[in-house]
Design a protein around this ligand. Structure first.
Ligand SMILES: Cc1cc2nc3c(=O)[nH]c(=O)nc-3n(C[C@H](O)[C@H](O)[C@H](O)COP(=O)(O)O)c2cc1C
Length: 362
């Protein structure tokens, strides 16, 4: 929803089925006149994966699943936008309803199941835009795929020439078996073949597209050890922590809605995803930069993610509750922090990882 209309439209949107409200938002964005995003404070710039990000606040995958409005989203002030998830063949996803708001928890549960118009449509939409601003795409496998790794390779080969980064999503909870690809043998093979597909695209004259690996929050530290080691060995450009969770914290107040199957995102995901991020930071030891996602809903939460180890941030669910004004609020709050603590973003990254990895947040 465009910022100026959001306060007026919010009560209406919140009265609607969550998926219908979202479709209306995408439609409004596609119709809104494109404004150039304002200039960010230079202290918010981040140099990573061979790109200069104007600010570290990105939009997470799943908002613009069909790659329809990247430029309108960049115009809202995001430093980068991730489109998708895209899978090779069009697939409808799970039956509706498949997305639920948990207002008292400021959370969302979704079980879309990677509904996608498919690779061809995504490619056409992305090829039609004039490239400006940093855009990535989230890729997955078809639910009936016989060769899941081949699906990721096909998406990488087709989309690498059109985007700044590709996120290998092995962490959606709504495609049965997808998270098994996080296991060491599978992951090693998957990342090797995706990297190869990326190199072939680069050989054809494309600027090198970064490969990002997005992981689930629902794992033990042994599994995390193996993922970080495999990602480092395979030269992955960044690790994204995390996708939504299949856990249901006892603190949830919307107990009826909490029984819905799917991935939980938003505020209740903040603590577990940030703790895992800090654990990943300690293991990566500077070899792989991290992108922190999960429950960011304020400048304070964004700052904690950075201190846990995130060089870049993404959010989604908080937009449902706070609207796009949140993006500017977070950026202004981060600048205030940098000023009051006389520090830089680069210095702050990981500065409290050891404490946060043990669950001590302040
Ligand atoms: C409705 C919805 C759809 C999503 N679809 C995807 C997806 O297609 N691929 C993916 O990797 N993550 C997807 N996600 C997960 C988000 O990208 C993000 O990792 C998660 O929501 C945590 O961030 P948040 O707490 O700020 O929402 C989706 C999340 C929501 C709420």
């Amino acid at each position: 929803m465009i910022p100026s209309l959001f306060p007026l439209a919010r009560p209406l949107l919140q009265a609607l089925d969550a998926e219908v409200a979202h479709q209306l938002t995408i439609r409004a964005l596609s119709l809104a006149p494109l404004r150039a995003p304002g200039t960010d404070d230079p202290r918010l710039a981040v140099d990573l994966i061979g790109r200069r990000f104007p600010n570290p606040v990105g939009l997470a995958a799943g908002f613009d699943k069909q790659c329809e409005v990247p430029d309108a989203l960049l115009a809202l002030g995001f430093g980068f936008v991730e489109l998708g998830g895209v899978v090779p063949n069009p697939q409808p996803g799970n039956p509706r309803p498949r997305v639920f708001r948990l207002p008292r928890d400021e959370a969302v549960i979704n079980r879309f199941g990677l509904n996608s118009d498919g690779l061809r449509a995504a490619r056409e939409r992305m090829a039609a835009r004039r490239r400006r601003g940093i855009v990535g795409v989230n890729i997955g496998a078809n639910s009936d795929s016989r060769d899941r790794i081949a699906d990721y390779v096909a998406c990488t080969a087709a989309l690498a020439p059109l985007v700044d980064f590709i996120t290998v999503n092995v962490s959606s909870p709504n495609t049965p078996g997808l998270r098994d690809l996080q296991g060491e043998a599978f992951l090693d093979d998957l990342l090797a073949r995706v990297a190869e597909a990326r190199h072939q695209a680069a050989d054809a004259g494309t600027r090198t597209t970064a490969i990002v690996l997005k992981i689930a929050p629902d794992m033990g530290l042994d599994a995390l050890d193996s993922i970080v080691a495999t990602a480092a060995r395979r030269g992955i450009d960044a690790l994204m922590v995390s996708n939504s969770t299949v856990a249901r914290p006892a603190s949830l107040r919307e107990t009826e809605l909490a029984r819905e199957a799917g991935g939980l995102s938003g505020k209740p995901l903040f603590a577990p995803s940030t703790q895992l991020l800090a654990q990943a930071y300690l293991r990566a030891g500077g070899r792989i930069p991290l992108i922190g996602v999960g429950g960011i809903d304020s400048a304070q939460a964004a700052w904690t993610k950075i201190r846990a180890g995130a060089s870049l941030l993404q959010l989604y669910s908080a937009l449902v509750y706070k609207g796009p004004g949140l993006i500017g609020d977070i950026k202004a709050g981060l600048v205030q922090r940098l000023t009051s603590e006389c520090t830089t973003l680069a210095e702050a990254v990981g500065s409290d990882a050891a404490a946060i990895a043990e669950g001590r947040f302040d």
